[in-house]
Design a protein around this ligand. Structure first.
Ligand code: 4AD
Ligand code: MG
Length: 463
């Protein structure tokens, strides 16, 4: 019987000598020194590579000498203490099976490639150290998210991806249609006749699961969603993609303070999980991508998040004496430069900005008694800016209806949503965490395109 394969992450933990070790992976380097060939193998199970030493007496030695980077191989041998420095152990190969050759045009060679270049070969970048580490961390964070909510009795709700409702009321939706774009059916007055479309009305990809999530919270009390969301906004920044993943908890019987408490506990839990479970990968990011990363994450876990009203934030920005590209005044949207100044320079750690002017926030946010602001919160963090957006929801039917009308949306489209305020309405609150921004925050990666497997951005939908 064949010895089973061991993942390299586990092989690297073994005490040598150990015979009968079988590994499978892709070649990172091949060094030919005439008498022996050194193969350096990685299988994505962890950060480390395993060096295999292939002696000249192997039957296919001449073929091994011609192997090139990227090839898939299977190696059997004895794990021994390595005499050379650079690795603790190495594999003394007794058999090397060439599984899949890569020819010399394989684009990933042992040197640093730019992230721009790697984005053009996103189908191969999972073979690199950086992307292996990013996507292991991303996976660990996804599990930690479910763990956090499941342990607190939140029910995971799968909200729909195709929808007729604009959850943010911002009109940034991708249309979903099966009509022939060259000859769509027309109504007598020349408009496109969506009655003949698949759903018999205009439909879109969702921008947020929140409205559906609210209906479940007003029944199950505590719920969360975790799924893909889509924004047809023409933003070419390092923090925006057209398709991203969002986590949206929603709690009945909760106000804005409860919401901030949950968000703070949530972020701390996720950072702690990454620090505990992804030590090797974080050590790599700390060394190669962002010195000070681990210390910063640890500091955030230990420190309290600051809370500040929008009005206070604007006052402090105005008093800062700082020159901004966009002007700061009460009523203006905070721009990325303002957000980063607040969290990086003024506060030096994560800060909740709350109670924004109602005119710059979504229709569903709860109107405050001052008549000017809504019970909104954004969580701003150093290096990223906005990580979370949320609010207490307007539970009063008449005020919500007025908000929908004011936003020039149609109450008819939101009739089902308004029903929740007709039948046993209750205070509730929730927020949305952009998953890719979280992964950026935890890894120190600076471009959102490098923390999602296949980024979708304006004029780019390859792979
Ligand atoms: O602030 P946003 O638009 O809030 C909502 O969608 C609410 N419905 C959430 C809720 O209350 N349930 O988006 C929430 C978060 C942002 O803070 C940001 O982290 C992320 O989603 N986000 C994006 N991430 C990547 N690319 C984009 N284009 C993003 N737009 C928002
Ligand atoms: Mg927002």
């Amino acid at each position: 019987m064949q010895t089973p394969r061991t993942k390299i992450v586990d092989v690297l933990k073994l005490e040598p000598p150990r015979s009968g070790i079988r590994v499978k992976g892709w070649l990172r380097t091949v060094r030919d020194s005439k008498q022996v060939v050194f193969l350096e193998l990685n299988d994505g199970s962890g950060f480390g590579t395993l060096q295999a030493v292939c002696p000249a007496n192997l039957a296919n030695f001449e073929q091994l000498r011609k192997l090139s980077t990227g090839s898939a191989v299977e190696i059997v041998g004895e794990l021994v203490a390595s005499p050379a420095k650079g690795q603790r152990v190495e594999l003394q190969a007794t058999e090397v099976i060439i599984v899949g050759l890569a020819d010399a045009s394989f684009p990933l060679q042992k040197k640093r490639h730019t992230y721009e270049f790697l984005r053009e070969i996103a189908h191969l970048r999972a073979r690199t150290n950086t992307f292996g580490a990013v996507f292991r961390v991303r996976s660990a964070l996804a599990q930690a998210i479910h763990g956090f909510f499941q342990d607190r009795g939140f029910v995971y709700v799968h909200t729909p991806i195709i929808t007729a409702a604009d959850a943010e009321g911002a009109g940034e939706m991708f249309r979903v249609s099966t009509l022939d774009p060259d000859k769509p059916p027309r109504t007598p007055d020349g408009k496109i006749d969506y009655h003949q479309d698949f759903f018999s009305k205009p439909t879109y990809l969702t921008v947020s699961g929140q409205l559906n999530g609210e209906t479940f919270a007003l029944g199950l009390s505590d719920i969360y969603t975790f799924g893909p969301t889509f924004r047809a906004e023409n933003s070419n920044t390092t923090r925006h993609v057209a398709e991203f993943w969002m986590i949206e908890p929603e709690m009945a019987w909760a106000d804005l303070d409860d919401n901030a408490d949950l968000a703070e506990a949530f972020i701390k839990h996720l950072l702690r999980a990454a620090l505990d479970r992804c030590q090797e990968d974080l050590a790599f990011f700390n060394e190669r991508i962002d010195t000070g990363l681990v210390a910063r994450l640890q500091h955030v876990v230990d420190a309290g998040f600051e809370r500040m009203s929008y009005t206070e934030a604007v006052r402090r920005l105005e008093q800062s004496g700082q020159k901004f590209e966009f002007p700061v005044f009460w009523g203006a949207n905070l721009q990325a430069e303002h957000e980063r100044y607040l969290t990086e320079t003024l506060v030096g750690r994560p800060v909740f900005v709350t109670d924004y002017p109602k005119e710059i926030k979504a229709f569903y946010m709860r109107r405050n008694d001052d008549g000017k602001t809504v019970a909104a919160l954004d969580l701003l963090v150093p290096k990223i800016g906005e990580l979370i957006g949320g609010s207490q929801r307007e539970e009063r039917l008449d005020i919500l209806e007025a908000g929908i009308n004011h936003a020039k949306l149609s109450p008819v489209d939101y009739a089902w949503y308004l029903d929740t305020r007709r039948f046993g309405s209750a205070p509730h609150a929730g927020f949305g965490l952009g998953f890719e921004r979280l992964v950026m925050y935890v890894t120190g990666m600076e471009n959102i395109r490098d923390v999602i497997p296949f980024p979708r951005t304006p004029r780019n939908c390859d792979f």
